[in-house]
Design a protein around this ligand. Structure first.
Ligand SMILES: Cc1cc2nc3c(=O)[nH]c(=O)nc-3n(C[C@H](O)[C@H](O)[C@H](O)COP(=O)(O)O)c2cc1C
Ligand SMILES: CCCCC(=O)C(=O)O
Length: 364
């Protein structure tokens, strides 16, 4: 039997061994040259952590709150599509892991378990991610079902007017299963023998005309708090605050949409500055270590989301695997906080990290 993984990265190889190539490629891949995919991880290497010594580190408290919900650590589960392609229990297993770790799961609009199945499976705090279809009635139906079964917020993904060009999916002629959420509403099957069926589906179905003025429409169909996911610039952060969103997720969709968009950790601080504390800023992209979580918090994120690590954990070991992934990141974050003299997440400040550029500057 393979040895137990000792870090999150080791789950990737286990997932590769567990999954059919078509699905592993779908989960792991990015758009075009995969430049942004790689940069998301590598850009973390350009920040160092500046520890403070002789701080009482006998008790470390990782807990925080997001939209008023207390969670055990600032690490949440990002929305990722179609968990049944990774494991037969699908999103139900992921939600149970989130509940066991006392954190928040954001369920993807493109989930393979229904919003109701996930809601009744456990007590996890759940948010619901949204894509907007041309058929707005279908989107409204999903929002209202999510609200009815206790999802606490809507996370509107705004970086996907069309699906990014993922070349492995094109080569594999990636096919997606019928999604139960949409049963009787719309067929998620696209009969194209050419290229990625997922891309064809998204491009036929997603409303590419979605714009800032539609935020008002969303507000008119739900009372839930609204976050927008996929902001990378100060301009958009200011617009988002201006239209009254309740939170922002700095994200480039894990490098799967616009290739050569910046690594998320490289733009986090400017977005945080633009938002001026008016709404919480969450972060995702490339989190693989507790030190990565620490760096994102130091640059102003309220919490981070993990995408692929959770999916790899699920593919490798089901619910237990997702739980282990979260626990590993929590353990690493706890150690990082102890070693850097930060007993609580509030103690983590901008002065605890330094960029390569700042390091050079300080030598002048
Ligand atoms: C396989 C996969 C499926 C995804 N599906 C969705 C989705 O349905 N909705 C969404 O908003 N983002 C989706 N994302 C993006 C994630 O929410 C998140 O932004 C990204 O995975 C973060 O980067 P990381 O994988 O490096 O943690 C998906 C990402 C992956 C890897
Ligand atoms: C049409 C499915 C989109 C899922 C998604 O967001 C992704 O694969 O990145």
């Amino acid at each position: 039997m393979a040895a137990e993984p000792v870090n999150v990265n080791e789950f990737q190889e286990l997932a590769r061994q567990a999954l059919p190539k078509m699905y592993y490629d779908y989960y792991s891949g990015g758009a075009e040259d995969q430049h942004t995919l790689k940069e998301n991880v590598e850009a973390f290497h350009r920040f160092t952590i500046l520890p403070r010594v002789l701080v009482d580190a006998s008790r470390i408290d990782l807990s925080t709150t997001v939209l008023g919900y207390k969670i055990s650590a600032p690490i949440m589960i990002a929305p990722t599509a179609m968990h049944k392609l990774a494991h037969p229990e699908g999103e139900v297993a992921t939600a149970r892991a989130a509940a066991a770790c006392n954190t928040i799961m954001i369920l993807s609009y493109m989930s393979t378990c229904t919003v109701e199945e996930v809601a009744s499976s456990c007590k996890a705090i759940r948010f619901f991610q949204l894509y907007v279809y041309k058929r707005r009635d279908i989107t409204a139906n999903l929002v209202q079902r999510a609200e009815r079964c206790g999802y606490k917020a809507i996370v509107l993904t705004v970086d996907t007017p069309r699906l990014g060009r993922r070349e492995a999916d094109i080569k594999n002629k990636m096919v997606a299963p019928q999604l139960k959420n949409f049963k009787g509403l719309i067929s998620t099957k696209v009969s194209s023998d050419d290229g990625s069926n997922l891309e064809a589906f998204a491009n036929n179905t997603f409303d590419a005309s979605l714009s800032w003025k539609d935020i008002g429409w969303l507000r008119s169909i739900t009372n839930l708090p609204l976050l927008i996911k996929g902001v990378l610039t100060c301009e958009d952060a200011i617009k988002a605050v201006g239209v009254g969103v309740d939170g922002i997720v700095v994200s480039n969709h894990g490098g799967r949409q616009l290739d050569y968009s910046p690594a998320t950790i490289s733009v986090l601080e400017e977005v945080v500055h633009a938002v001026k504390g008016k709404v919480p800023v969450l972060f995702d992209g490339g989190i693989r270590r507790g030190t990565d979580v620490f760096k994102a918090l130091a640059l102003g994120a309220q919490a981070v989301l993990i995408g692929r690590p959770a999916v790899y954990g699920l593919a490798a070991k089901g619910e237990y695997g997702v739980k282990r992934v979260i626990e590993m990141l929590k353990d690493e974050l706890e150690l990082t906080m102890a070693l850097s003299g930060c007993p609580t997440v509030k103690d983590i400040t901008r002065n605890h990290v330094r960029t390569k550029h700042e390091a050079l500057h300080s030598m002048l």
